[in-house]
Design a protein around this ligand. Structure first.
Ligand code: URP
Ligand code: ZN
Ligand code: ZN
Length: 467
């Protein structure tokens, strides 16, 4: 139920300033910002945010809910995944609808609508991953953009299932750009990876750590550089998802200096963890089997610096959870059978605030940009990502001082481990307003009706950039 809510005494983070003031919301929109709003507004409810930050609702531009992948399904569906997101201050997601070979893009997107429609408890949009590019699929691209899905993904790895070749990628880049769509790439060289996987297996090296060794940073750098060159040739902008390493940042910086438009995304796991995680005993390294894998400490520092310098514009989670029992353990004797992916939607804001802002690696302004406003701008979520008049009333009341410890015992993600188990964080999501209603109040679910989340139809970049 939408309410008229007045938030008082909080430090409100707006696009160009932050100050202690008031925010009034009604009918799902922010309708007033400023002091003494009780003189002009008649709230049903007043929330005292003294000592709290008032932030725009987080936008996670990279999730995989109920994804069929490597013989199983990611363990959060749109209900449990968006609910976990709300607990963590994420009020909108962009999930990847992934085309199966031979399927039309329209059928693929419709399938994702079916998964999300009656379940999502927060707002959602889709990217579509093109795994089978041909002329017919190319012709569908303007229709898909018209249908509110103006962003695409291409996999340069997962040969035999998701990967498309350079010809397909070039055509996708060119066609999408012509119609105002944005293409993102999973940048890893699929052939190099397959050869290394085969080599390790032939040598009897089957433990989770060999997943990381079979996905070297050089294979990521090569693919990212190739994608940048193909994008330049196609006259297209490029978005690189889940970037892990210094080498890709250096390439992106060099290309950007020459005027190419490249967006770089990273994820909290690459900022916080290093590759020693793969040595966790008792098959524990399987928790971190994802592609690309966790890298070195030097890469973490480069990624934080990339955020602070503005080179890395988005922190998404790549939330793609698989249980250790019954899913990850399919690969107990063979790392190549461990489903790739890890959970994180619930922890994104808190871990990046604690490890980034509190440890002076990034400013609060950059934090709000990479968590909220940049994903909204890049992907055309024009009503979201910023606290301003007329925007959707998606807000997070965040305590910057409260400490707590992350654990599978207390999280809401439907998965039997937490990527950051035992990490003490400073900063806690307290209250979350989603689409004008309190969804989380003091850390507890308030009024959350299944299916209340709305599909957010987006416009092409050409249209949204002209606005
Ligand atoms: O390991 C990962 N990242 N799994 C999810 C699929 C993808 O590549 O984004
Ligand atoms: Zn990927
Ligand atoms: Zn992903």
């Amino acid at each position: 139920m939408k309410q008229k809510i007045l938030i008082q005494n909080g430090r409100v983070f707006m696009p160009s300033t932050d100050l202690v003031t008031e925010v009034f919301i009604e009918d799902g929109k922010i309708t007033a910002i400023g002091p003494d709003l009780l003189k002009s507004c008649t709230p049903d409810e007043t929330i005292d945010a003294h000592g709290l930050y008032v932030l725009p609702g987080g936008i996670d531009a990279h999730t995989h809910m109920e994804l069929p992948f490597m013989g199983t399904y990611s363990s959060d569906d749109f209900e449990s995944g968006t609910l976990a997101g709300l607990y963590g201050g994420t009020t909108s997601i962009i999930d990847f609808a992934i085309q199966t070979k031979g399927e039309s893009l329209t059928s693929c997107v419709n399938q994702w609508h079916e998964k999300a429609r009656s379940k999502a408890v927060a707002d959602y949009a889709f990217h579509v991953a093109v795994t089978d590019y041909n002329e017919k699929v190319g012709q569908e691209i303007p229709e898909i953009i018209q249908a509110g899905v103006p962003s695409f993904k291409a996999f340069m790895a997962y040969k035999g299932s998701l990967m498309i070749d350079d010809k397909g990628l070039s055509s996708l880049l060119e066609t999408a750009a012509r119609h105002g769509g944005l293409v993102s790439v999973h940048a890893e060289n699929g052939d190099v990876i397959d050869a290394l996987v085969a080599q390790f297996k032939a040598e009897g090296k089957m433990a989770p750590q060999y997943h990381a060794l079979a996905h070297p940073a050089s294979a990521e750098e090569e693919a990212a550089g190739r994608a940048m060159d193909l994008a330049l040739a196609a006259g297209a902008e490029l978005y690189i998802v889940h970037t892990t390493c210094r080498g890709v940042l250096e390439l992106a910086a060099a290309k950007s200096r020459r005027g190419q438009r490249i967006f770089v995304e990273t994820c909290p796991q690459y900022l916080l963890l290093d590759d020693s995680c793969y040595l966790e005993p008792d098959f524990g390294g399987a928790k971190y089997v994802m592609s690309p894998p966790i890298r070195k400490k030097e890469d973490q520092e480069a990624l934080w610096q990339g955020i602070e310098s503005g080179l890395v514009q988005v922190v998404g989670t790549d939330h793609c959870p698989f249980n250790m029992v019954g899913q990850k353990d399919r690969g107990r004797d063979d790392f190549s059978k461990i489903p790739n992916g890890a959970p994180g939607i619930e922890n994104r804001l808190e871990v990046c605030f604690s490890e980034g802002v509190k440890k002076n690696r990034i400013s609060m302004r950059r934090f709000v940009e990479v968590m909220c406003s940049n994903p909204a701008e890049i992907f055309g979520l024009s009503q979201k990502g910023a606290i301003r008049m007329g925007a959707d009333a998606d807000l997070v009341l965040f305590d910057p001082e409260e400490k707590h410890t992350l654990s599978v015992k207390t999280h809401h993600q439907h998965v039997d481990y937490n990527t950051y188990e035992g990490l003490e964080v400073t900063g806690r999501v307290k209250t979350v307003i989603s689409n004008g209603a309190v969804a989380i109040r003091d850390g507890r679910a308030d009024q959350i009706e299944k299916g209340r989340g709305r599909f957010i139809s987006r416009q092409s970049r050409r249209t949204s950039c002209q606005e």
